[in-house]
Design a protein around this ligand. Structure first.
Ligand code: 5GP
Length: 209
């Protein structure tokens, strides 16, 4: 069923360099807003302790994942870490948007770009980064956070390179930027963005109707 544009949900995509806190901010918003729902994506990586199938991810074998690709059931998919594939199930997104449910997901940049291209009027890209007056400054702040998390030096170097080449340049393509200096302030900012986008959608439909 195709519903009137006014009733469609919004897809909020959290994007930005690893270590900036996009997943944490998303979880705070989900805990605080009972009219916001997590878009559960698929992955072929192993389940980590405490993770639940269907809640954290739909955990799939490589064959199941391949079958979803073949049947055009993924809007996008990427090999996010070597050998581990992640993808957004088309049915989950479209059912939520058509039912007027607002959903949120933490997606890496290449996937985020495809989501925006696929659902241009429904997708809101929220870029999360750390404070800094220059690229070097931002990278140094990211390194500090990774060191606190006790990531290994190899992992840190790889993630910083990815941030420099791929993730930081993506900011200009995003609808909003949150500079995550303090978790609570940043989470409040995210919830304000969500409300603001809901109001903007309502206003746009009122003007059109
Ligand atoms: P993790 O393995 O730590 O749960 O997730 C690694 C990264 O995969 C996350 O930071 C998130 O941005 C990304 N990710 C999760 N689901 C998807 C997806 O469906 N598509 C893409 N492109 N990236 C995803």
């Amino acid at each position: 069923m195709v519903v009137d544009k006014a009733e469609r949900g919004l897809l909020f995509v959290m994007v930005g360099p690893g270590g900036a806190g996009k997943n944490t901010l998303m979880k705070v918003a989900l805990a605080e807003m009972d009219d916001l729902f997590e878009l559960v994506t698929t992955t072929t990586r192993d389940k980590r302790p405490g993770e639940i199938d269907g809640i954290d991810y739909h955990f799939l074998t490589k064959d199941q994942f391949l079958s979803m690709i073949t049947n055009n059931q993924l809007v996008e998919y990427q090999e996010v870490t070597p050998g581990n594939f992640y993808g957004v199930p088309r049915a989950s997104v479209e059912q939520a948007l058509e039912a007027g449910r607002d959903i949120i997901a933490d997606i890496e940049v290449l996937g985020a770009r495809i989501l925006k291209q696929s659902y241009p009027t429904d997708t809101v890209l929220v870029f999360v980064t750390v404070p800094g007056n220059s690229e070097a400054d931002i990278l140094s702040n990211l390194r500090e956070r990774m060191e606190i998390r006790e990531d290994t030096e190899d992992v840190i170097l790889e993630r910083l390179e990815r941030a420099r080449l791929l993730e930081l340049p993506f900011q200009v393509e995003c609808d909003h930027t949150i500079i995550n200096e303090d978790r609570d302030t940043a989470a409040t900012q995210l919830m304000e963005i969500i409300q603001q986008e809901r109001v903007a959608r309502q206003d746009a439909t009122q003007v059109c109707s």
